[in-house]
Design a binder for this molecule. Structure first.
Ligand code: C2E
Ligand code: CA
Ligand code: CA
Length: 738
């Protein structure tokens, strides 16, 4: 066996004389085929007592081509056929050759043709095509001639057989490796090694596998039996020294300490090297002499199996990973579910699971960089772990979401929120953090998944309320979450059935009183005639992502509508379309808008996209770049619902836009609240400072319109001027207000 310096695998060659490694059937079988009995006798005489390559010969007899085929079909492992050419017919011998190779598919059998007269020799190409290995006249039947001819035939037969065995062995090794991929732990793996090794060398699976025992940290040098099969089964888990058979103990000990393998006549000890220090050893013994097995194969087997063992370690590591979040060193979501299952199985009285989500984490990450975001997550993890004792299970369940499971008296809203009352010190800067909190009691949950789902429902509620909010799950909340799910299902169906429609609400320039454009708004009318308000179904469409598909249908529809209005003489009319943040974040959004414009044949200047500041929450820089690109093409951008939700002057200062829309809630409050009026005036002033036009929506009477005009507001939209209406009504309305 080859041995190189960087190779721990050494096979110690034992005495490999043929007596030592004897074959189960230790003679060469030779078939004599001739219709002349004298030839049989002469051959038998010439070969009596002969040994070739250490084995005696076993002669078999057939007296016609047909009989030869019957024998060959019945008897396996015949090495050589001495075949007469002329028997029952002139070419009976050649026909037999064809049948041997083509019908019986005996490709390793060596064929020596013999003929009475030299003239009966077959053509050279026949000899080649049917792999006839030698050709002799019967007069050459002397002892020495026959001996050399047979020796070379048997040698090549033997080589072909070994090649076949190698190929089958390799196939077994490949199959073994495949099976090991599915193995779960080292023990069943080791048992598999015994089975596979036994099958490779063709004996019953009886043997031992030993490895350094990992659970004995005081004695790392300690080896134990990790798998035992057959009559060794009782040795399982024993220490190497405890094995009652000295020969086996020594063989394994040598293999493990010196990293080498030995092949004996009745046993094999293989060392499998996992890395420079670590490996394991298998001992396998056979009552019968072990069939000669190619050492090369054993070497391939060892390397392959060692690789598989390494994979098992990897898989185990992956399993550990499956339960631990490496980044912050806390259990992960899978581990949490298992823990909740465990607590539920133990009764879980007065226990809850709390989910907390860091407010505006994506935006923070974006503004201050990922290393900062990572540091914040680690700091949060550490604070949570440090502030609770071990009765509270702390996990990280998603990017910026953490979970706590334990007694409700430790995990009430106030206690958890108080953890975030003081800021986090990161890079020597105080960073105030707020979280949204969703808490769900474990009582009444059928499993951990369920409890976690409830906590998510509560958390989603809390997030919808704004930053720093907490919600505790209740059956009512569960009910509304279910309604939400049902509504989403209905919305999908309605969209597919084309039951959504578009209405248009005119926008009027306050200075000139002229109609400058319209805002497109979605409508959903159920089959029973009931309208579902957009404020109800749009958030659901956004959360589920369905708004993307709806938008892909709506924008081209709106632009075609605009094209028809242009054809009716309203060439300057502009269309405003509401675009959700998730739509903007589609990588194909820009192409989609351009394609829609081109398809409808509408100038980009006549399209306005209404977005909210919240688009900046997930990646301000990318959003600025996108809006810049849209505006450079002439498309207008309006900031919608300004003053509600995630308002931040920081975003307003950096987002490129053309129009600022004052939310209808402020405009509607002008009638009754002086404070509302002041907010509207402030936003209108902000608009003129930023040199953008302000558009007020929700104008329900003339007086409000006049006051807005006085505030410097540029345009208005509201029931006082026009309700949203379908395309046909808009056409009529426009004709009246030209
Ligand atoms: P929004 O974008 O702020 O739309 C203006 C809303 O104010 C519309 O409600 C409109 O009907 C309403 N409105 C107009 N004038 C008056 C008025 O004088 N008084 C009152 N009280 N309300 C008035 P709508 O159509 O119910 O839409 C509600 C919200 O749904 C919209 O608010 C918008 O955020 C969303 N939405 C509607 N259509 C779409 C759409 O196609 N895509 C997206 N992403 N969101 C849409
Ligand atoms: Ca709008
Ligand atoms: Ca609005």
């Amino acid at each position: 066996m080859a041995h190189s310096a960087d190779d721990d695998l050494i096979f110690i060659e034992e005495d490999r004389s043929p007596d030592n490694i004897a074959d189960v059937d230790a003679c060469w079988r030779i078939l004599i085929v001739d219709d002349d009995r004298d030839v049989h006798e002469a051959t038998e005489f010439a070969l009596s007592g002969v040994e070739i390559l250490g084995r005696r010969l076993h002669l078999m007899h057939a007296y016609s081509g047909r009989e030869a085929l019957t024998v060959l079909e019945r008897e396996p492992d015949i090495a050589v056929a001495l075949l007469d050419v002329v028997m029952e017919s002139d070419d009976a011998g050649l026909k037999t050759v064809v049948a041997i190779r083509q019908d019986l598919m005996l490709l390793n059998l060596r064929i020596i043709l013999r003929t009475g007269q030299p003239g009966q020799a077959p053509e050279a190409d026949t000899i080649a095509r049917y792999d006839i290995n030698d050709y002799k006249t019967k007069s050459e039947l002397t002892h020495s001639r026959l001996y050399t001819t047979l020796t070379s035939a048997i040698r090549s037969y033997n080589q072909l057989q070994r090649l076949d065995a190698s190929r089958r062995g390799l196939e077994k090794i490949v199959a073994a490796s495949n099976q090991f991929i599915a193995e779960k732990g080292l023990h069943s793996f080791a048992e598999g090694v015994i089975t596979q090794l036994a099958s490779l060398i063709g004996i019953a699976p009886e043997g031992l596998v030993c490895a350094a025992s990992s659970d004995d940290e005081d004695h790392p040098e300690q080896f134990r039996v990790i798998a035992a099969a057959g009559r060794y089964s009782h040795l399982i888990q024993q220490r190497l020294e405890e094995i009652d058979n000295l020969h086996i103990a020594q063989s394994l000990n040598q293999a493990l300490r010196n990293h080498y393998s030995t092949v004996g006549s009745r046993d094999i000890t293989l060392y499998f090297r996992k890395n420079a220090e670590e490996g394991f050893a298998a001992y396998i013994e056979s009552a019968e002499p072990i069939r000669e097995v190619d050492q090369h194969l054993l070497e391939i087997f060892c390397t392959n199996i060692a690789l598989c063992a390494k994979n098992i370690d990897l898989v185990n590591e992956l399993r550990r990973d499956a339960l631990v979040d490496r980044q912050v060193g806390l259990p992960n979501r899978n581990a949490l579910v298992l823990e909740l299952d465990r607590r539920l199985a133990e009764g879980a009285h007065n226990e809850v699971v709390a989910l907390l989500d860091i407010d505006q984490f994506a935006a923070t990450n974006d503004m201050l960089g990922h290393p900062y975001g990572d540091a914040l997550l680690t700091a949060t993890a550490q604070r949570l772990r440090a502030l609770f004792d071990n009765s509270v299970f702390v996990a990280r369940v998603a990017g910026d979401a953490f979970a706590l499971a334990g007694q409700d008296r430790f995990l009430d809203t106030a206690t958890i929120q108080r953890l975030f009352a003081h800021p986090f010190l990161i890079d020597e800067i105080d960073h105030p953090v707020s979280v949204c909190l969703g808490i769900a009691p474990l009582d009444g949950c059928s499993n951990g998944q369920d409890a976690l789902k409830n906590a998510y429902v509560a958390l989603r509620r809390a997030k919808a309320l704004g930053i720093g909010q907490s919600v505790t799950f209740s059956p009512e909340i569960g009910q509304s979450a279910r309604e939400h799910t049902l509504l989403l299902r209905d919305l999908r169906i309605a969209f597919e059935r084309r039951e959504l429609s578009i209405v248009y609400q005119p926008q009027i320039d306050l200075a000139s009183g002229k109609v400058i454009g319209a805002e497109a708004l979605l409508r959903w009318q159920r089959a029973d005639g009931e309208f579902v308000p957009p404020d109800r179904f749009i958030p659901i469409a956004e959360q589920s992502g369905l708004i993307v598909s709806i938008g892909r249908w709506m924008l081209p529809e709106v632009l075609r509508s605009l094209k028809r209005l242009q054809a009716a003489g309203h060439e300057q009319l502009r269309m405003a379309v509401n675009i959700s943040s998730i739509q903007l974040r589609q990588p194909s959004f820009l192409d989609f808008v351009n394609d829609s414009l081109a398809e409808a044949g509408v100038a980009p200047e006549l399209l306005e996209l209404e977005i909210t500041e919240s688009v900046a929450l997930e990646g301000l820089d990318a959003m600025v770049a996108l809006l810049d690109k849209l505006r450079s093409q002439g498309i207008r951008i309006a900031i919608d619902d300004f003053g509600t939700g995630y308002s931040s002057l920081n975003y307003l200062a950096r987002l490129p836009f053309d129009h600022l829309k004052i939310d209808r809630s402020f405009v509607l409050s002008m009638d009754t609240s002086e404070r509302g009026a002041r907010i509207v005036r402030t936003i209108a002033r902000l608009g003129s400072e930023l040199e953008v036009k302000t558009v007020a929506e929700g104008v329900e009477n003339q007086e409000i319109g006049q006051r807005l005009h006085a505030f410097g507001c540029g345009a208005v939209q509201g029931y006082h001027y026009a309700h949203p209406m379908d395309e046909a009504s808009l056409l009529l309305w426009l004709a009246e207000h030209r």
